[in-house]
Design a binder for this molecule. Structure first.
Ligand code: ZN
Ligand code: ZN
Length: 245
């Protein structure tokens, strides 16, 4: 795990690439809260069953830890909900009802737990190979690829896990297409970030191409949003797929 200083430094340093101004104070606060939870869980387990994130979350929920984390986050975020309401609020948040009081806090807590698990998984099993845009740990869809040496990897926007999609050439993480004639990449002459697309399945995703960008993994999906400036160049058949993740 990276430190809060590295997190804030990288957001300041690469904010100009992203294309909109990040509220660094809010981002810093959330990161501090999450790093606190991660450190907290760290002290509670000697050994972790890495077979399934859902099982790990259930375990934290059964012994009341998850609900306590949600309560703590809600206090720090000024949403102040009771431990007894944590389960209900989390369920609402997972159903997409973000207007419920504490919904945001419950997701911040869940993300911290997921990040802890993904980090442990990475430390033990490494970056597994998978031709998919869906996180092998938490199932979230990633729109962010990074180039590291000759490897192309996806980074999960939620838990921060990183997995290898391909080596040597870009392969579509949605359909496995390897044909360079139906895969495209828009970038500018600096080649820092780019927007890739696949004509075979009609999807697009962002790529951080510049390997000198040194930033905590969890911030890379944010930095990759800079690639959205190329969206207008995509062929018509490709999804407009603009999201805020
Ligand atoms: Zn994930
Ligand atoms: Zn494809």
């Amino acid at each position: 795990m990276n430190t809060i200083e590295e997190f804030v430094f990288s957001l300041r340093r690469y904010n100009h690439l992203i294309g909109f101004k990040i509220d660094i104070d809010v981002a810093k606060k959330i990161e501090e809260i999450q790093l606190g939870i991660i450190k907290n869980i760290e002290t509670m387990f000697n050994e972790i069953d890495l077979s399934d994130l859902t099982r790990f979350i259930s375990k934290l929920s059964e012994n009341g830890m998850l609900q306590r984390f949600i309560q703590e986050v809600s206090e720090a975020m000024g949403e102040g909900i009771e431990v007894a309401d944590a389960d209900k609020v989390l369920k609402e948040a997972l159903d997409g009802n973000m207007n419920v009081r504490g919904a945001r806090s419950s997701l911040i807590a869940l993300q911290a737990v997921s990040r802890f698990f993904a980090d442990k998984y990475l430390g033990t099993k490494g970056e597994i190979k998978r031709e998919s845009a869906f996180c092998p740990i938490c199932g979230s869809e990633s729109k962010t690829m990074v180039k590291e040496g000759n490897r192309y990897k996806m980074i999960c926007h939620f838990c921060g896990y990183k997995w290898t999609v391909s080596e040597g050439i870009i392969v579509c993480p949605y359909c496995g297409n390897k044909d360079s004639f139906s895969l495209g990449l828009f970038t500018d002459k600096e080649r820092r970030v780019g927007l890739a697309y696949c004509q075979n399945c009609g999807t697009s995703w962002r790529i951080v191409l510049d390997e000198t960008i040194k930033a905590p993994t969890i911030t890379l999906p944010l930095i990759a949003i800079g690639a959205e400036k190329f969206r207008g160049s995509l062929p018509n058949a490709i999804d407009s797929g603009v999201d805020n993740a």
